[in-house]
Design a protein around this ligand. Structure first.
Ligand SMILES: Cc1ncc(COP(=O)(O)O)c(C=O)c1O
Length: 363
């Protein structure tokens, strides 16, 4: 099982499971920008060699200033973290909600963070019947004063209506919105609550910089909240949590406008193409908005997400067995959208694997 540590992109486990070196796998199980890191990252790495003997800026001032300008919010509203993962953990530790509402399936770290603080979870199950969309009646059923919601949600790729979230906030609840994949959404401005978070005491938005800029190894994310709440969270953060290389890479990638445009062009072209080809193979694709696709497997007796993952892994292609997400069963997988030639390999390997399962079923 590739999800041994709860995440996709675990090339070390893949190496142990399938016996090829990590670099030989094509990884559709984690959702990075397939264009690879932008050019500015290499330049930052070279410059960094001479600075490793200095402490990072504990207040991460330059990156905060740049992000504040980009999003048109106060610098005091931004907290930089060691990946969005640190900020998910930090906000739950700091606010210690007794009950947290989660809409399943969702990113596993939300529940893990709640468990670490011994809080309890008020779950709502999203439904395949409406493509896993969170609706107002479902939210009313959740009965909590603290909500943690992914928008776009992982693994479904669905966005949450910002009006629905603001209604919760105005109703007295605290809401943390994980927008880790929001940069990939063409209508980002319509869906993000980043600017609202800067002025509401009970709204927090978390962003990741590791996915869009393909730098998961350096760990970098940020949170936007009211200056007062952000100051409270900062006091609880580990000192120098964000190392100086991550800070400098963060500053560098924000200058990469051409890379960002290229990314959006690639996704607008490749996503519909891949969806069409997957549907032709018999997959049902959940119509999310981002750079990964949650799919329901074709109806073939004996075909399971784990079985398909194993077949694909033997061919050097890693996919996510989505049955490990609470609320999904063994008929769901998740694939990242990658470059055309890589997507073609994915499709070819899927076709071969499905044939195998069909032949076995016919025997
Ligand atoms: C929905 C979601 N939020 C947050 C994260 C963590 O991102 P980061 O790499 O910035 O810690 C992930 C990573 O997969 C994710 O899928």
């Amino acid at each position: 099982m590739l999800e041994r540590y709860g995440h996709g992109g675990d090339l070390r486990t893949a190496e142990e499971t399938f016996g090829f070196p990590a670099r030989q796998f094509i990884d559709f199980s984690s959702n990075m920008n397939p264009l690879g890191p932008p050019e500015g990252v290499k330049r930052a790495l070279v410059r960094y060699a001479e600075q490793i003997d200095r402490y990072p800026d504990p207040a991460v001032r330059e990156l905060r200033t740049k992000l504040a300008k980009l999003h048109r919010v106060d610098e005091q509203s931004i907290l930089i973290g060691n990946g969005a993962a640190e900020l998910i953990d930090l906000v739950v530790r700091a606010l210690r909600p007794a009950v947290t509402a989660l809409a399943y399936p969702c990113f596993t770290e939300y529940g893990d963070a709640v468990m670490k603080t011994a809080g309890s979870i008020s779950p709502v199950m999203l439904s395949a019947g409406n493509d896993f969309t969170l609706t107002p009646p479902m939210v009313e059923d959740m009965e909590a004063t603290f909500y943690m919601l992914g928008s776009p949600n992982n693994p479904t790729g669905q966005l949450v209506d910002p009006k629905l979230i603001m209604k919760l906030v105005y109703g007295g609840a605290t809401v943390v919105v994980d927008e880790a994949f929001m940069d990939f959404v063409p209508e980002e401005e319509k869906y993000t609550l980043l600017r609202e978070a800067a002025s509401h005491e009970r709204l927090f938005v978390i962003r990741s910089m590791t996915k869009f800029y393909a730098v998961p190894g350096i760990r970098l994310g940020y949170m936007v909240g009211s200056p007062h709440k952000i100051a409270e969270l900062r006091r609880l953060q580990v000192p120098w949590s964000v190392n100086s290389l991550a800070q400098q890479i963060g500053e560098a990638v924000l200058d990469e406008a051409e890379y960002a445009a290229r990314t959006m062009n690639w996704l607008q072209e490749e996503r519909p193409w891949l969806i069409g080809r997957l549907e032709a193979l018999g997959f049902r694709v959940i119509p999310g908005k981002v750079n990964y696709l949650l799919v329901r497997l074709p109806d073939i007796p004996g075909l399971t997400a784990a079985g398909l993952q194993h077949e694909m892994g033997r061919m050097g292609i890693l996919i996510r067995d989505a049955s490990h997400f609470i609320g999904l069963d063994e008929s769901y997988c998740r694939f990242a959208v990658k470059l055309r030639h890589q997507n073609e390999w994915l499709l070819e390997a899927l076709e071969r694997s499905l044939s195998k399962f069909r032949e076995a079923a016919a025997r």
